[in-house]
Ligand binder design. Sequence first.
Ligand code: HEM
Ligand SMILES: *[C@@H]1O[C@H](CO)[C@@H](O)[C@H](O)[C@H]1NC(C)=O
Ligand SMILES: *[C@@H]1O[C@H](CO)[C@@H](O)[C@H](O)[C@H]1NC(C)=O
Ligand SMILES: *[C@@H]1O[C@H](CO)[C@@H](O)[C@H](O)[C@H]1NC(C)=O
Ligand SMILES: *[C@@H]1O[C@H](CO)[C@@H](O)[C@H](O)[C@H]1NC(C)=O
Length: 540
Amino acid sequence: MLLDIVPFNDNLTLKVSGIILIFSIVGGIFWFYNFTIKTNQPKFPGIPEIKGNSIIYGILKNLKDDHPTNLQKLALKNNTPVFQCLMGTQRIIFINSYSQANEWFIKNQTALIDRPLFYTFHKLVSTSQGLTIGTSPWDETCKKRRLNVQRYMTTPAIKERAGLIDTEGYSLLKDLYRDSKNEFIYPYKYTQRLALNFTTMLSYATRFDKIDTPLLGEILDLVKIISSFRSTNKNLQDFVPFVRLLPENERKREAINASKTREIWLSKLTQEAINHKDTRKSIVGDFANSDGLGRLNIDDIKSICVGLVSGGFETIGSTASLIYLQLLNKDGNIWQERIYNELIEIYGNVETAYENVLFEEKCEFGVSFIRELLRMYAVIPLIPARKTMKQFEWQGTIVPEGATVILNAQAANHDRQHFGSTVDDFIPDRFMKDESINIPPYHFTFGAGSRACTAINLSNRILYAILTRTCLLFKVHSNPSLKPTFDYINFAEDRTAQTYWPKNFQIKLEARDESMVTKCLEISHTNCKEELSYSMEYAV
Ligand code: HEM
Ligand SMILES: *[C@@H]1O[C@H](CO)[C@@H](O)[C@H](O)[C@H]1NC(C)=O
Ligand SMILES: *[C@@H]1O[C@H](CO)[C@@H](O)[C@H](O)[C@H]1NC(C)=O
Ligand SMILES: *[C@@H]1O[C@H](CO)[C@@H](O)[C@H](O)[C@H]1NC(C)=O
Ligand SMILES: *[C@@H]1O[C@H](CO)[C@@H](O)[C@H](O)[C@H]1NC(C)=O
């Protein structure tokens, strides 16, 4: 173009156009630099840096297909639990030890209350219904939403919704038992349904009846796709801006499509809940009945509910199936007996125990087992990024405002200095035997501090109830021809995902006493008549 209009015989024009050409080249380089290499933040003085081996990708290529484990290795190799590095153009501080996680996320929690925005998740996926609590920067809206969710997570509130745990726990055991009568089964699909049923019941008072209802399958896929847009490993465009310029890529289309589809089923669920607001208890129903009290509007409610469903579904689904995985461990039989015996000792008989595990966590070994399970498997190994909202002092240096900080929960949970030489083993009574580690937060699987998971106590209760009820009624056996993977790194099917789930393993439930199984399931069936009737099947 430029050359087209340059008459070659005119000296002056040649000079001018030469200058223009130089300027546009310089401009181009400058633009190219800004868009590919310039970092979002200058280097933070005083914080150790680990350099990646690529000017464009930073450390990303070094981390290969397993970011948490390779970050953990880098921290150990360089003896720097806290370090900064570049992921593409994004400067990020990673925290990789238990004590530093405490230091940053608990002691300095007021400074770390914000969350950064990422291109894919925030610009492409979350356009339609606003940000969920877990993905939102800290502002008035987020604060208000988080406070409102906490009302559903108090000890009395959890007790009040014990019927939900009963309903879903009952369905889980009933179906696992029925389906494993003649063959070994992979329990993950069942625990996923439990998690989705639970969170949709809590939010919308609706559950999904048949395991093979098409909508259920569609939602499971959708939620997985959406959360994949938060993984550090699948979203190059977040870190390397020029990737955004490439022609419309598949991932981008997928993101936009997923977000639209989600909007459709969320609207249906919300409408369903509003239709039933007078007869069914749900968060949407509470809101619809409160005439906007609590200063929430319908967008707040929609966003809160989608946040609860997406926050609870993959995590609970995955961790609940890991209970079964660990019951297959070489001492699994002994642990099952121990839980059974302790419960009988506490409650006198199976039925009383079966009912009470919904309301209290009295079996110490069971509590420690769940705590250790969560420590062992950080199902979200890299906690969603935080951003500093004000500066603070760390080891004599100033961490400035606006810095992105990511906690490597997998690394903190497997910190040898804190947990000792057995750190990588699953030791269910670890937290009973060692008082020095039996201190909140115990592990960092729920994150920690000001933006920690809002549902910690609720999740612990759900997991405890599943574990104890399973051991009360059944013996869990492993498929002898399929060796399960227990180790905390290789257990995961896909280590590029944001949330991990276990590789295939297979179980069979054997009734301890057939008539007792029938009796207890009957108790639940009677108690949960109401909730069980909230099932629905419809096509989108
Ligand atoms: C085993 C179960 C669960 C695990 C491992 C888990 C893990 C997490 C993690 C790691 C975070 C980020 C915390 C941070 O930045 O420090 C989080 C946030 C959150 N979780 Fe969970 N979660 C679980 C269950 C649930 C359930 C059942 C719900 C809802 C019913 C839920 C709702 C939320 C919400 C709303 C947030 C956002 C908090 C905020 O940003 O202020 N989670 N969760
Ligand atoms: C950060 O933690 C240190 C050590 O506990 C404390 O002295 C300081 O006041 C904290 N600063 C902020 C902003 O939380
Ligand atoms: C969660 O449970 C612990 C231990 O029982 C308790 O100290 C804490 O207050 C509970 N948290 C909430 C938000 O109720
Ligand atoms: C979810 O709810 C449906 C509806 O009753 C039930 O059939 C299914 O078993 C439940 N899933 C789990 C795992 O609880
Ligand atoms: C999303 O993609 C699926 C198939 O890939 C298609 O059937 C569906 O109509 C798309 N949805 C939207 C809202 O574009």
